[in-house]
Design a protein around this ligand. Structure first.
Ligand SMILES: [Zn+2]
Length: 377
């Protein structure tokens, strides 16, 4: 069963990619596909522009709850609002253009608020269409936004398999949150309960079982569980965990197998720098990074398969140039990537650290490092 995820132009590409990565991380029969080049644009007449003078007006008109932290927004504030009809038309346009099979899902992820103040819904005319409002989550939930958004994708998928119509859904969703995927969260904050339980209540499970195979249900539950655990890591709740091995697979992707196989997403250049530091347990001074230029050429060449050789060399030359801050920037990006994935405390064991002018190193016990042959030699 296939779920096509599409994004509107204003939605951050990195956030979108993180959502897709989370959903694809657990293998199983539900397939999540996305087309990186396909971006959904809205025409001006599809968006109603409004100016909100103060918080009160904003909150009561388009915001999703009254629970945003005070001061989250500045006023007067301009905001566009679109209609459900427009959102689902976008899904239908995508279906037509890409000849999507009628039995497959198309979910639009957008930052545009909608006129009914919902943050996710299926289309009553074609419940295989859906939208998810992908903005502002951080005001409500203390975790990276990709978690609630990925969770909502699974929720829409399961709503479809629990209820036969939007009307049935409206009547039967849990108005009061009980920690079931079918909780109707009018309030963005309520979703945290669903995320923490990653569960389907017995009433809903009975309904789902009549419409969805055991294999699919198990896969959906596994994805929900993996989101739950990864979210705990990212929120710094798992700091007592013994350290995980770090594994670089054949495709040069970085995983932490003992932490729910979380993937650490780095750009090829960041990855090259990281792998270089992994090779040197005693660390490297920034001022002597240039001595590792040819080694970096080699590692970068092994990671980044496409690209002009001259251009690649130029990037490495910039990286090792003590006068540029390219390496420092990469090092802080790497740190951020680990912190976002596993929380600040655990991350310290994995990223490159060291004060100004001091040697920089990764303190991780190298017996925990598993490298492919092409890099470890
Ligand atoms: Zn339920």
């Amino acid at each position: 069963m296939k779920v096509h995820l599409i994004r509107s132009a204003e939605l951050d590409k990195e956030l979108f990619t993180s959502v897709v990565t989370l959903l694809q991380a657990v293998p199983g029969p539900i397939k999540f596909s996305f087309d990186a080049d396909s971006i959904i644009d809205f025409d001006q007449d599809e968006i109603e522009r409004k100016t909100f003078e103060d918080e009160e007006e904003f909150v009561t008109t388009i915001n999703y709850s009254l629970k945003a932290e005070k001061g989250s927004y500045f006023f007067p504030r301009n905001s566009g609002v679109t209609s459900w009809k427009t959102l689902f038309n976008k899904c239908n346009d995508y279906r037509r253009k890409n000849k999507v099979d009628n039995a497959e899902f198309v979910f639009l992820l957008t930052e545009l608020p909608n006129n009914k103040n919902w943050f996710a819904s299926v289309d009553e005319n074609n419940p295989l269409n859906g939208f998810i409002h992908a903005a502002d989550w951080s005001f409500y939930i203390d975790c990276p936004e990709q978690f609630p958004i990925a969770y909502e994708v699974i929720a829409l998928f399961l709503h479809y398999h629990t209820y036969s119509s939007l009307d049935e859904m409206k009547e039967n969703v849990h108005q009061k949150a009980i920690g079931c995927i079918n909780d109707f969260c009018l309030n963005k904050k309520d979703i945290i309960l669903k995320l923490r339980t990653a569960d389907i209540c017995s009433t809903c499970m009975m309904k789902i079982k009549t419409r969805l195979s055991q294999l699919m249900i198990r896969h959906a539950l596994e994805i929900m569980e993996s989101l739950r655990v990864k979210m705990l890591y990212s929120q710094n709740f798992k700091q007592e965990s013994p350290l995980s091995k770090i594994l670089i697979d054949r495709n040069k992707k970085i995983f932490l197998p003992d932490f729910e196989n979380i993937e650490i997403k780095l750009t090829p250049l960041e990855k090259a720098l990281y792998l270089l530091f992994l090779k040197y347990p005693n660390g490297i001074y920034m001022s002597s990074l240039f001595e590792h230029r040819s080694e970096l050429y080699e590692i970068y060449g092994a990671i980044s398969s496409n690209g002009d050789l001259q251009e690649m060399k130029q990037r490495i030359d910039d990286l090792v140039n003590a006068l540029s801050d390219s390496a420092s920037q990469k090092i802080s990006k790497i740190k951020k990537a680990f912190e976002n994935a596993i929380g600040e405390d655990l991350a310290k064991n994995y990223y490159i650290k060291g004060g100004n002018g001091e040697v920089k190193r990764i303190i991780l016990d190298r017996s925990l490092v598993v490298l492919p042959n092409s890099i470890s030699s």
